[in-house]
Design a protein around this ligand. Structure first.
Ligand code: PLP
Length: 320
């Protein structure tokens, strides 16, 4: 595969750490260590997307997500480093006392437009309309869809598999478990595994979309990427397993029981999980693998997101 160029913004490779929790050993791939200000999984996608933005001489980058979006914060931070402006279209409300990712996005100088839930459903059209307005003022806008999950962005999680193969024998690994928001991380890993002829399962814990929607999105992204980059592979759909039911409380909420697990895990291992993604994913990992003694077979992918914990700190404290 002839890979498009990318920027080198993330601290790679991230460590693959052996961790013991409740007497059981397992491996965590620490993508929460990709960098302080753009920590998490998003930067692997942004390395490709922002390279393209730079090539197209973008004056400003548009992207979107929830008000506590890790992707938006990572984009604002990385774009600031490249001296490109950012405008974020966020589902949520402004605050005089912004917390977590919203605070950081403002700190990195992003312009922010807040949208209610109904308008946010139309966010892609809104971004395109705004781009057209700026075009008339000779401004070049580069638009990144939600989560950076485009066929270009997900290349970051194809090369992730090559990185992991150097750290462990993936032929002896049953699968990798991750949180799935827009599905790009899972899609990239499925392609990376197929390119390396691995029978690796991808366990995706849907936190934002329904089981059917996220499956469709992930497979659609894999098909698009295979077509765009003329990859000589096909995806065995049975390798994608959606672990549903770990975000029934809604994307922006988290139950007390999950927070108790996050708190206990932090005290036992010194590893912080976030309330929207990795906390829910770890809950699924614990229930389906760790407590059943299958931790050694499946790697837990820590995709970052810890600034989201600060926005929910009162709830974290209540469940300590
Ligand atoms: C911390 C964190 N983990 C996991 C995900 C899910 O990644 P993806 O959107 O590629 O499914 C996201 C973003 O959506 C995230 O911010």
């Amino acid at each position: 595969m002839k890979t498009p160029k990318k920027l080198n913004l993330a601290n790679l490779p991230t460590p693959l750490e052996q961790v013991t929790y409740n007497g059981r050993k397992f491996f965590i791939k620490r993508d929460d260590y990709t960098g302080l200000d753009f920590s998490g999984n998003k930067i692997r996608k942004l390395e490709y997307l922002l390279h393209q933005a730079k090539q197209s001489r973008a004056d400003i980058i548009f992207t979107c997500g929830g008000e506590q979006s890790n992707h938006c914060r990572a984009t604002a931070s990385a774009a600031a480093r490249l001296r490109i402006k950012t405008r974020l279209f966020l589902w949520g409300k402004d605050s005089t006392n912004p917390e977590g990712n919203l605070f950081l996005s403002k700190l990195y100088g992003a312009e922010i437009s807040f949208l209610n839930k109904k308008n946010y459903l139309n966010v892609n059209n809104i971004m395109i309309e705004e781009r057209e307005k700026l075009k008339k003022q000779n401004k070049n806008v580069y638009v990144i869809p939600e989560g950076g999950s485009t066929t270009l962005g997900i290349l970051g999680y194809i090369s992730f598999i090559d990185e992991l193969m150097i750290q462990t024998d993936l032929k002896k690994t049953e699968g990798i478990l991750c949180a799935a928001g827009t599905g790009g991380t899972a899609a990239g890993m499925l392609i990376g595994a197929a390119l390396n002829k691995l029978k690796l399962k991808v366990y995706a814990v849907n936190v934002l979309y329904s089981k059917e929607e996220i499956r469709r999105k992930i497979l659609y992204l894999t098909e698009g990427c295979i077509a765009d980059y003329k990859l000589n592979i096909s995806i065995d759909e049975s390798n994608l397993i959606i672990l549903d039911g770990y975000s029934n409380e809604g994307y922006k909420n988290i139950t007390g029981n999950k927070l108790k697990l996050i708190n206990d895990f932090a005290r036992s291992t010194g590893i912080l999980l976030d309330p929207a993604y990795t906390g829910k994913a770890f809950c699924a990992y614990n229930e389906n693998f760790l407590t059943k003694g299958k931790g050694r077979k499946v790697i837990f992918l820590h995709t970052g997101g810890m600034f989201g914990a600060f926005a929910k700190r009162k709830k974290y404290v209540r469940n300590m």
